[in-house]
Design a binder for this molecule. Structure first.
Ligand code: SF4
Length: 204
């Protein structure tokens, strides 16, 4: 039987040429002008958390508080996410949190296709460097840019999809959606119970 390709031949171009650490990647995009969102941002919100996280969460983009502080999920939706994680026995420090776009869309509008595509290169490199085993997609923007434009959060939330960069993927509602519609909390709690169980199984 023919032998498979040597491991080094399976490396992607990005593996060989892209930044080799999250810190390098973060520095390389701190002045990014690749899309129109650069014009109104205060800070590039790179992402935060454990660089070796087994569990990664991906939202849509920074809001006003995140833009001001340069950190993801620090506003009201972030505080709700912290409470959901805490209820699962998970701390912020053990996971990694990022967004589809790293600069705030004016007025918190949904990022355009062009903006998302420009920025996804960086998120993809974060996936490659962190190598999470579970990726939670928070809301339809993350779902549609990472799984498929036709995917609907109301249909696929709570189901394992993917894999994406070797990780199992669970879409659920964005915490900001829960602030607007508290009736969604029960569904999100069910989704996070599945996420918690899969995460705990990985840690055994
Ligand atoms: S959103 Fe992403 S691609 Fe656009 S300017 Fe910011 S870092 Fe660069």
């Amino acid at each position: 039987m023919a032998k498979g390709p040597a491991k080094e031949l399976q490396l992607t171009f990005e593996d060989l040429t892209g930044p080799q650490t999250l810190e390098d990647l973060s520095k390389s995009i701190s002045q990014c002008q690749k899309c129109s969102l650069a014009a109104n941002r205060t800070n590039v919100v790179f992402g935060a958390g454990n660089p070796l996280a087994l569990l990664m969460l991906v939202g849509e983009g920074p809001g006003a508080d995140e833009d001001r502080l340069g950190q993801p999920f620090v506003g009201a939706a972030g505080k709700l996410l912290d409470r959901i994680l805490a209820a699962c026995g998970i701390t912020r420090g053990e996971v990694y949190i990022a967004n589809i776009v790293k600069c705030r869309p004016p007025g918190n509008r949904v990022p355009s296709k062009e903006e998302a595509e420009a920025c996804l290169t960086f998120l993809r490199r974060q996936f490659e460097l962190i190598k999470p085993r579970i990726i939670v997609l928070l809301g339809s923007t993350a779902l549609q840019h990472l799984i498929g434009a036709e995917a609907r959060i109301t249909r696929v939330r709570g189901q394992w999809v993917g894999p994406l960069y070797g990780a199992r993927v669970m879409p659920t509602y964005h915490p900001a959606a829960l602030l607007r519609d508290p009736a969604k909390k029960r569904e999100v709690w069910e989704d996070f119970q599945r996420i918690r169980d899969a995460y705990n199984a990985l840690k055994k």
